[in-house]
Design a protein. Structure first.
Length: 114
């Protein structure tokens, strides 16, 4: 692997591929290995996929990026919610509340630690 520092033009090359310049990292050319829910093979797209899995807003997230297990912090109600199947074929944002036994929330139970 050849690394070249171009001080005159403020660029960094790896194997003759520009990976950084004065604007920062050139994320679209940095290769990554897909893992888990991240299917992208370049850094920029992988970061976008990761960002699309977590939400912070007043309004309930919608759209094609929502998958079971995604998290949403409802800034209007100050609640952390998880997108999960609440009955066969029905998916909803459900609050995750520590030590709450209500029917409309999930109880967070971390178990025992030794």
């Amino acid at each position: 692997m050849g690394i070249k520092l171009d001080y005159q033009n403020d660029k960094i090359f790896v194997n003759d591929i520009e990976i950084a310049n004065t604007g920062g990292l050139v994320g679209g050319v940095v290769q990554v290995t897909p893992y888990g829910t991240i299917t992208a093979t370049d850094l920029q797209t992988a970061l976008e996929q990761l960002a699309d899995q977590n939400f912070r807003s007043e309004e309930e997230p919608v759209g094609p990026n929502i998958e079971q297990g995604d998290l949403w912090y409802d800034i209007d109600d100050d609640q952390l919610k998880v997108y999960r199947e609440t009955s066969p074929g029905t998916f909803e944002w459900v609050p995750v509340i520590v030590s709450n036994l209500s029917d409309d929330s999930d109880t967070l139970d971390a178990g025992s630690y030794f």
